[in-house]
Design a protein around this ligand. Structure first.
Ligand code: FPP
Length: 249
C-alpha cells in the first residue's frame, strides 16, 4: 500500500500528539454493502476499500501514528464465493506490485501476518519480495493480516513452544507472556492501542485475539470504502477522550 508524494497534512489542532495511539489496527468491514448501495458488484467495494486503506496509511504517516495493521483476509474468508476469493487474491497481488515503488519512497515497512503458506504461490512471491525490499525502511510499520486467524496464530505459537520444550530448549516454567509473544506472527510489533471496526458490527472476528487485550475499541457505522480522514479524526478524538487504566484504578 502506498502513501503518495503530496504535502504532509498536519495533525488537527484538537488532537494531542503525546496521546496519539502508537499502533492502530483496523477491521475493514462493509465493502460488500457499500457496493450494493451503489448498485455495483461486491468486488467494486473491495477496489474502493484499497483506496480507503491507502488514505488511512497516508494519514497515519502524516499525523505520526507509527504502526497500522489491517485485516485484509481472514481464515474464514475462504468460504466466500470462489470468484470473490480469486478476485481478492489477485487484487492483493496487483496492489502490492503496483505500490512497492511508492512504499520505498515513503519509507514504509510492510509485513504480512497469517498462514501465508496457504496463499497462492504468486502472491506468496510478491509478499516475500515486498517484505524483503522494505525491511530496512524506517517509516510507518504497515502490517497486512492475510489468511489470518487469531486462534490459529495462538495454536501455531503453542506448537512452536511445545517443540522447544520437547527438544529441551525451554522448560515449562520458562513460559510467560513475554516468551509466548515471541512466538506470535506479530513478534516485534507493539500491541494495538486502538482497534477500529467499520460498518457497525460489534465483533472481533478472530482478529489479534492476544494482542488486543488492552486495546481501545472504536466502532463506526460508516462502511469501509467511506472511511476517510475525517472519520479517522473522529476515531482519534474518541480515543483521546478515553481513560486507559490497564487494570489499575
Ligand atoms: C470486508 O468487507 C472486507 C474484506 C474481506 C476485504 C478487505 C480487503 C481490502 C480492502 C483490500 C486490501 C488490499 C491490500 C493489498 C491489503 P465485506 O466484504 O465483508 O463487506 P460486507 O460485510 O458488507 O459484505
Amino acid at each position: 500500500m502506498t502513501v503518495q508524494q503530496t504535502e504532509l497534512e498536519y495533525l488537527p489542532s484538537d488532537l494531542e500528539r503525546e496521546l496519539l495511539p502508537k499502533h492502530v489496527a483496523v477491521i475493514m468491514d462493509g465493502n460488500g454493502r457499500w457496493a450494493k448501495s451503489q448498485g455495483l458488484p461486491r468486488i467494486m467495494g473491495h477496489k474502493r476499500g484499497v483506496d480507503s486503506l491507502r488514505n488511512l496509511l497516508r494519514t497515519c504517516r502524516d499525523w505520526g501514528v507509527g504502526a497500522l495493521t489491517a485485516y485484509a483476509f481472514s481464515t474464514e474468508n475462504w468460504k466466500r464465493p470462489e470468484e470473490e476469493v480469486e478476485f481478492l487474491m489477485s487484487l492483493f497481488k496487483h496492489v502490492l506490485r503496483q505500490e512497492l515503488r511508492e512504499m520505498m519512497q515513503e519509507d514504509v515497512q510492510i509485513r504480512f501476518v497469517g498462514n501465508l503458506e496457504a496463499l497462492p504461490l504468486v502472491l506468496q512471491e510478491e509478499i516475500t519480495h515486498a517484505t524483503e525490499k522494505t525491511k530496512e525502511n524506517k517509516g510507518i510499520k504497515f502490517t497486512v493480516a492475510t489468511n489470518y486467524g487469531g486462534r490459529l496464530e495462538i495454536i501455531h505459537a503453542c506448537r512452536a513452544i511445545a517443540e522447544k520444550v520437547q527438544q529441551g530448549l525451554l522448560q515449562p516454567d520458562d513460559i510467560d507472556e513475554s516468551v509466548f509473544e515471541k512466538h506470535l506472527y506479530t513478534v516485534g510489533i507493539c500491541d494495538p492501542d486502538l482497534l477500529i471496526r467499520t460498518s457497525g458490527e460489534m465483533r472481533i472476528s478472530n482478529f489479534l485475539l492476544w494482542q488486543i487485550a488492552y486495546s481501545e475499541i472504536y466502532i463506526t457505522d460508516t462502511l469501509w470504502p467511506d472511511f476517510d480522514r475525517n472519520e479517522f479524526h473522529r476515531a482519534l478524538r474518541a480515543y483521546q477522550q478515553r481513560e486507559r487504566r490497564f487494570g489499575k484504578v
